[in-house]
Design a protein. Sequence first.
Length: 386
Amino acid sequence: MSRINLLYLLMGFVFFNAKLLAFKDDSLKLLKPAKHYFKTTVYIDYYSTGQRELSGKNFVSQKLKTYQVRQSVLGFNTPLFTKDFYKNDSSIISNFHLLLNGSYSVVTPKFSGISKNHQLSRTSLGVRIIYNTGKRSLFYAEFTPFVTQDNGYRYTQRYRVSSTLIYNFTVNKYFSLRAGYSRSFLYGNRLNLPYIGIRIGQLDGVNLSIQFPRSVSFNIPIGKYVKTSLYTKGQGGVYSFANTDSVYYLNNDKSLNFGRYEFIGGTRIDVLPSRFFNFYLSAGLTTQNNIALFSETFNTGNKGQLNPFYKEKLKGSLFINFGLVFKFGKVKSIYNNYNMYNAQDLNTVDGNNINQGNNQIPAKVHKINNVQPSEVQDLIDVQDFY
């Protein structure tokens, strides 16, 4: 083989390998970076109380006799659009988030005085807007239309809208304040409520969170994989109720509205075995239980609170609540970004006041100071997860 042919062969080999390396580099570039800060979340929640007697002397109490409630919820939350805004040095200063959320819940109020249980459903589909200024301020807006129905009775379908506006001010990682407005059906009626919140302590550590009208909780993490809390919160809603049992006899209403609210308090344990899945279990006591029935005819044209023809306060009871949470998608890191921690915290509660847990807030890790190799590996894992 001549020297010229050998030179051509060597040049071809170098050229081929250069193209192969370039192709490999291009293939690495095809691994797109994460677009969003929020993972897609799907959750299942179940809640149940004990049975109690209705002690009222009126016609409705004597007809219904006892009360017990069960609630099942299937919901989701997913990001639709995320926009980062940058400084001249390409560092992020603020971001905008648009998320889609929805849920389907079925509430079963069990009355021993009537033969058939009513399955009261609530189906919602709404949007959330979060704007992080990149400094200390955070703006949150939620708009959620929903439809209620007594399943099996199509004529009971009713459309309603809930909404929430919140301003969050992050003083530092140990303290934040919130203020806003909420149009809510959580307390068994149609209410316009102020939103007032305060948090003391780190969201990724021990903290006390007071969020009216949502909840009050004292949260204690136990390592990276277990979180515990002592809490109390309101729970309830307004649902469509078919008048098939002639509960309302003063008018010929085919459809009524059923309202319920209660305050539940107890202990909750969240377990986070992986970045894709977590579950929680809680139990305690439900107090301040109130149920009510509203005539649609009587409340026609009423734009404020609904006026009940029947209302009763019940004794307390034990309750049990558990849930499964599934998480999908790759997300941008929020490590030590305390404004984004607050954004994650705001996004964990749905229209049924169910908290899926702050599962995207990274667990605290050791400082790199005389640490063991296994601890360094833990640090790498935590940041990779988020």
